[in-house]
Design a binder for this molecule. Structure first.
Ligand SMILES: Nc1nc2c(ncn2[C@@H]2O[C@H](COP(=O)(O)OP(=O)(O)OP(=O)(O)O)[C@@H](O)[C@H]2O)c(=O)[nH]1
Ligand SMILES: [Zn+2]
Length: 362
């Protein structure tokens, strides 16, 4: 076997590079581009990009909409970066934090000719790196040469496509007994995705019967709610109530999925909170940042349940999207068990928005 990294390993490396501000090279057919994340890129590297040609700032259509820029490529927009724009200007376009105080950002010209495949891949990578979904992209005539000379990670878009669409294989690393206040007979299982992304956990209460629907909760990580007791959401009380119910019934399984901030990461969630302080609701804040309402992948939860031997659940949730996704992934939902706890004056508007815009059940 070759010692060289596989494409999946190269994708993990590309995510790490982008987080560090290091450019990566993307290729597709005869074309190739240099890519750098708008959030972490440096002025010196932007100048180096400019020596290659005309630089585009790729944004999601969601972010482009706020900036009143036309998105000709469906879900992404290729904004022609003005020659005078420096990294501060780039970050002003990528990050909505000063949109209200400095609204004059246009008019922006977006590209409509050519192919956006590599640009779309650049956005996918910045999202999976949990950065702002915005990337600086410049075409290069000899992408393989550039990657070799500067020791940059190079990803071929066609080879990468299947890895980006399918869920990475999960390894069950270990499990051990952890007595909890809510249930003394609990075990914590660790699942590690093969693609180097975050680990996920399953807390198994008692010895649930695999042949009957198990009381289950798919809980997405919420550092602020679960650990700090934040009053802005209902996550902490939901986590505790779910475990308490499983403890009372004597069996259940709680998946703790590391999909902080509905899959955008904690830093972006805090950006969303800052926008909420400017008056935007939870959905609008995600959109202004360039994200969809919910960037989570619930196939993950279904896969972990299957790996643990469960085929059916009694799902503790108010979110119909979780039920639909479980069913689509072959886990039957015998019953929805409502989980309404933790309402308070600080999260009243947040919960109302989730009911009105995301279809959460009351
Ligand atoms: N982007 C974003 N994420 C948030 C915000 N408030 C909470 N979250 C995240 O939302 C997720 C809530 O997860 P869950 O409680 O599992 O999911 P849910 O969709 O509310 O569904 P149920 O609780 O099962 O009804 C967590 O990942 C939180 O970190 C917010 O204002 N913006
Ligand atoms: Zn929360």
């Amino acid at each position: 076997m070759s010692l060289a990294p596989s494409l999946m390993e190269l994708l993990a490396r590309a995510r790490a590079d982008l987080r560090m501000g290091v450019p990566v090279v993307l290729t597709g057919g005869d074309e190739g581009v240099l890519v750098m994340a708008a959030e972490t890129g440096s002025q010196a590297r932007l100048q180096r990009f400019r020596r290659e040609g005309e630089v585009d700032l790729v944004l999601t259509a969601r972010r482009a909409e706020t900036l009143k820029a036309r998105a000709y490529d469906g879900d992404v927009a290729r904004v022609v970066l003005p020659r005078r724009a420096d990294m501060a200007a780039v970050q002003g376009l990528a990050d909505p934090k000063d949109d209200l105080t400095k609204p004059m950002k246009g008019p922006l010209t977006t590209r409509r000719e050519g192919n956006a495949t590599l640009h779309r891949l650049a956005i996918t990578l910045t999202k999976s790196a949990r950065l702002l979904p915005a990337a600086l992209v410049v075409p290069v005539s000899d992408p393989r040469g550039v990657a070799l000379r500067s020791v940059l990670t190079r990803i071929d878009a066609i080879e990468a496509a299947p890895y980006l669409l399918t869920l990475a294989r999960l390894d069950h690393v270990v499990s051990a007994r952890v007595p909890l206040r809510a249930a003394e007979n609990a075990r914590l299982h660790i699942f590690r995705p093969e693609d180097g992304s975050d680990e996920h956990y399953a807390i198994e209460i008692g010895r649930p019967d695999r042949s009957a629907p198990v009381l289950a909760r798919l809980h997405s990580a919420c550092f602020t709610g679960d650990l700090l007791g934040s009053l802005k959401c209902d996550c902490g009380p939901q986590l505790n109530a779910a475990l308490a119910k499983m403890g009372q019934e004597g069996s259940g399984v709680l998946l703790y999925l590391n999909q902080e901030g509905r899959g955008i990461g904690l830093a972006n969630k805090m950006r969303a909170y800052a926008l909420q302080d400017q008056g935007f609701d939870t959905v609008e804040a995600n959109h202004r940042l360039g994200f969809e309402d919910d960037e989570r992948d619930f196939r993950l939860g279904a896969e972990i349940l299957r790996r643990m031997g469960f085929g059916g659940v009694r799902l503790l949730t108010n979110n119909p999207a979780k039920i639909a996704m479980m069913e689509r992934c072959g886990i039957s939902v015998a019953e929805r068990v409502p989980l309404r706890v933790g309402e308070n004056p600080f999260n009243e508007a947040y919960l109302a928005t989730k009911a009105a815009k995301s279809g959460h059940l009351l």
